[in-house]
Write a protein that binds this ligand. Structure first.
Ligand code: ATP
Ligand code: MG
Ligand code: FE
Length: 358
């Protein structure tokens, strides 16, 4: 069975066709990055408008091979995210579902991220843990069984990707900050820029994260060491060539702190929950140091840690189609009353009207 996935929760207009929740036929992503870059972050009004501009073409590209007739179901992100952005994808999905007479299912965006390893690794065993680290989320989930999610922890302040983006902005490295800080960190020495910061342990919440203390430590360091940010508007190559050593060292030190925080919490959860497998996802999982630390943790703890290919770590619709498929095969559907849910929580996913999946 062939499912069309649609994703418009933030700044990517994405559509993908996936067969049996596994085989990716197409995975089209129109990034709006260039439109938001001048503002140093995603501007909701611009996001909605760009989704409208791109939606029809992106879907047409995605179904180029299978055709609309070849679709058996439609999966669409209905939350969390920007309400105006979600509305574009959801309206389009409803209209298609009506016109083609195929079932519609709404998918939680983070549940989509949880499915992003399925294309390379296949299905997983339970219990499982899942670490999602992106621009808007830093969440740890426990999955006792299929499609059952218990959020063990989340960030108390900034998401890890957000910490990257804010730190990069302070250093004049542009937006988004993750990829460029990652590259600079590879050429710096963390010991050369010691940050006065301890990974916070939040009482009674051993699986929560916090990055604001780190952010403050970075700001203090920039002030005390009188680090001069790079001039605005440099290209990526110019930044990599021109960045002074002190910025490279700071990048390495910041990155080490983020990775230690993430891996520290995950290790605690592995000890406590003894999962059969650990799933990961979200844009920050592209990070080279995090990937390496996760691989070492997997080795040390003797548990499989699944890291998706970079094309599936950031927002895409293939993961939405895969998650949607898992719900559709159980007979779950949503009807036309499905509305965007900007602050949807994972763990109380509602599905309406069981019907056979044709
Ligand atoms: P969400 O999925 O929570 O709605 P989002 O769409 O912004 O948020 P993603 O697209 O999954 O999240 O990831 C984008 C984030 O990942 C940005 O904050 C970016 O800086 C960060 N990022 C991307 N590559 C790297 C990297 N190599 N190292 C660190 N961070 C990275
Ligand atoms: Mg994004
Ligand atoms: Fe995302």
């Amino acid at each position: 069975r062939t499912v069309l996935g649609i994703e418009t929760s933030c700044d990517e207009t994405a559509a993908a066709v996936v067969i049996e929740g596994r085989q990716v036929i197409s995975n089209i992503i129109a990034s709006q990055m260039e439109f938001h870059r001048p503002y140093g972050g995603v501007v909701p009004e611009i996001a909605s408008r760009q989704h409208l501009e791109a939606m029809a073409d992106v879907v047409a590209c995605a179904v180029a091979e299978t055709g609309f007739d070849g679709l058996d179901g439609i999966a669409v992100t209905y939350g969390p995210g920007l309400v105006g952005a979600l509305l574009v994808g959801l309206s389009y999905a409803k209209a298609l579902s009506l016109a083609l007479d195929v079932p519609l299912v709404g998918v939680h965006h983070i549940e989509g991220h949880l499915f992003s390893t399925v294309f390379e690794y296949g299905d997983w065993d339970y219990p499982a843990l899942a670490l999602i680290v992106s621009g808007g989320h830093t969440d740890l989930f426990y999955l006792p069984a299929a499609l059952t999610y218990e959020r063990l922890g989340h960030t108390r302040d900034d998401a890890a990707g957000e910490a990257y983006d804010k730190t990069a902005r302070r250093l004049g490295l542009g937006y988004p900050g993750g990829p460029i800080l990652d590259r600079l960190a590879q050429t710096g020495r963390a010991e050369a820029a010691p940050l006065v910061y301890r990974p916070p342990l939040i009482p009674d919440a051993p699986y929560d994260f916090s990055f604001s203390g780190l952010k403050t430590a970075v700001l203090r360091y920039i002030r005390e060491q009188q680090i001069v940010p790079l001039p605005e508007g440099l290209t990526r190559d110019a930044i990599l060539a021109q960045a002074p050593d002190n910025i490279r060292h700071l990048a390495a030190s910041f990155q080490q702190a983020v990775v230690n925080t993430l891996v520290g919490v995950l290790e605690r959860a592995i000890v406590a929950y003894r999962p059969r497998v650990v799933l990961t996802g979200g844009g920050v999982v592209c990070n080279s140091a995090l990937r390496q630390a996760l691989a070492e943790l997997a080795e040390r703890m003797g548990v499989g840690i699944r890291i998706p290919h970079p094309k599936y770590t950031t927002d895409n619709a293939a993961m939405i189609a895969a998650a949607g498929y898992a719900h559709l095969v159980r007979g779950e559907r949503h009807n036309w009353s499905l509305e965007p849910a900007p602050s949807l929580r994972l763990g109380n996913h509602t599905a309406a009207r069981p019907q056979p999946f044709r």
